[in-house]
Ligand binder design. Structure first.
Ligand SMILES: Nc1ncnc2c1ncn2[C@@H]1O[C@H](COP(=O)(O)OP(=O)(O)O)[C@@H](O)[C@H]1O
Ligand SMILES: [Mg+2]
Length: 425
């Protein structure tokens, strides 16, 4: 592998040792004269982790991640270009194209929203880009969840959603994913046969409520749908300035960030309570299966009703919002508002959440032209898909109007240090 790449030791993404990080990410430049050997890419990102059970944390498994990714092929799923097994720490390395932008930084961009000014010049761009990103992500999930793939991502969150310069979404990080073909096998570090899944998956406030009550016999696809609902809501919550909840970097006092519908700062029970305060305390009517979850009867929560989501989503484009039913039940009529889509994903009984395949046909995506990246495959089943606006601007042009930080600047070069595996750890 060393002969293929020029490693830039200063270019770790994110800084090594960042909490919650189980792998090492390196940006490298190919020095192979034949670009075909590295998938035609000059700048790649290498993900490395140990394959030894004693240095891995359940259910993280880079070998399973590589196996799952190698079996996938979709415009919105990151492509693996090659891999290598090192002898140090039984490390496995695989590389993929470097993708310039991350959804985390886009969501933290203060002008990416409706704005408080009545005539925010970015409003139309915001709405078009939000619809496109959420459509493309939903498309990735519909592909993964389809029985021919049978893959649940299990860690849907902005940090795992990258965006190319042309506005194409790339879902990354299949480190805790579940595959119906691969995960039950005893060859995996942490075999997970159906009915005996790990519930310590998904991150922070993106975690589905059944995971907070010890479910093992859960539907892993449905947990992705809940996370998708939480993520979709974050395009439309209020923007605040100040220290966001993760707050490990004290220089970030002035950083803009989106508020979340739910709060994971006080552990699983605190997160559950914050969910109940928005969607109502579970009962026999709104979630008949709740009491049969392993920990469903261990804690008694105060009985609180659900609240209307519309006031919590001030950046949702004005329009035909669903009328609040006053209960957990769905709006009776489907409307072309993103709030309607969010209501249909943030549903307690996992089997009642809107499936990704059906979410693609939600009127929010289909009732108006949907902007897609130039290279997006022509799919006749996407009604009203367009590659550019009538004024000639492409999705990439619209993305460029939002000045946000890059995940990594490939022009950065720190004196060309050579990568030495032995020095790591
Ligand atoms: N292909 C890529 N292009 C650009 N940045 C990447 C790429 N893959 C990973 N990253 C960056 O590295 C971070 C960690 O990678 P990820 O696969 O999510 O590992 P982990 O399992 O440690 O979360 C991502 O959040 C992203 O910022
Ligand atoms: Mg990640």
């Amino acid at each position: 592998m060393k002969s293929l790449f020029e490693f830039n030791i200063g270019a770790f993404l994110p800084p090594p040792g960042l909490p919650g990080s189980f792998s090492e990410i390196t940006v490298a430049t190919s020095r192979d004269p034949d670009p075909e050997n590295v998938g035609g890419q000059s700048v790649v990102v290498i993900k490395s982790a140990s394959t030894a059970v004693e240095t891995s944390t359940e259910p993280h498994d880079i070998a399973r991640e590589l196996k799952i990714l190698s079996g996938l092929s979709h415009t919105n799923v990151i492509e693996v270009l090659g891999h290598f097994t090192g002898d140090v720490n039984n490390a496995l390395h695989f590389w993929m194209p470097h993708v310039r932008y991350s959804l985390t930084t886009l969501l933290d961009c203060p002008v990416f929203g409706l704005g408080t000014e009545p005539a925010n010049p970015f409003t139309e761009d915001f709405v078009d880009l939000a619809r496109s990103i959420l459509y493309q992500l939903t498309s990735a999930l519909a592909y993964l969840h389809h029985p021919s793939q049978g893959v649940a991502h299990r860690d849907i969150k902005p940090g795992n959603i990258l965006i190319t310069e042309s506005g194409c979404v790339k879902l990354i990080d299949f480190g805790v994913s579940w595959s119906k073909e691969i995960s039950p096998s005893s060859d995996c570090l942490w075999p997970e046969p159906q009915g005996s899944l790990c519930f310590d998956v998904s991150t922070g406030h993106y975690r589905a409520p059944e995971l907070l009550f010890g479910a093992r016999d859960y539907d892993p696809y449905a947990t992705d749908l809940w996370s998708l609902g939480v993520l979709a809501s974050e395009f439309f919550t209020a923007l605040k300035q100040g220290n966001p909840d993760s707050g490990f970097d004290s220089d970030e006092e002035d950083r803009w960030h989106r508020t979340s519908l739910f709060n994971a700062e006080r552990g699983s029970i605190g997160l559950a309570w914050s969910i109940f305060q928005v969607r109502g305390t579970p009962n026999e009517e709104n979630w008949p299966g709740f009491k049969s979850l392993p920990d469903g009867s261990k804690v008694t929560f105060e009985d609180v009703p659900p609240v209307d989501l519309v006031p919590l989503l001030p950046n949702a484009p004005p329009g035909d919002h669903p009328t609040f039913t006053g209960s957990h039940s769905l709006p009776p009529e489907t409307s072309n508002s993103p709030v309607d889509l969010i209501y249909r994903l943030l549903v307690y009984p996992p089997e009642k959440r809107l499936r990704a395949e059906d979410a693609l046909r939600h009127p929010w995506f289909t009732s108006e032209p949907l902007l897609l990246p130039d290279e997006y495959p022509q799919d006749q089943s996407i009604p009203l898909a367009v590659k550019g606006r009538t004024d000639g601007r492409s999705l990439g042009d619209i993305l460029a109007t939002f000045t946000f930080h890059e995940t990594f600047d490939p022009s950065y070069d720190d004196s060309g240090d050579e990568y030495e595996e032995e020095d790591e750890e």
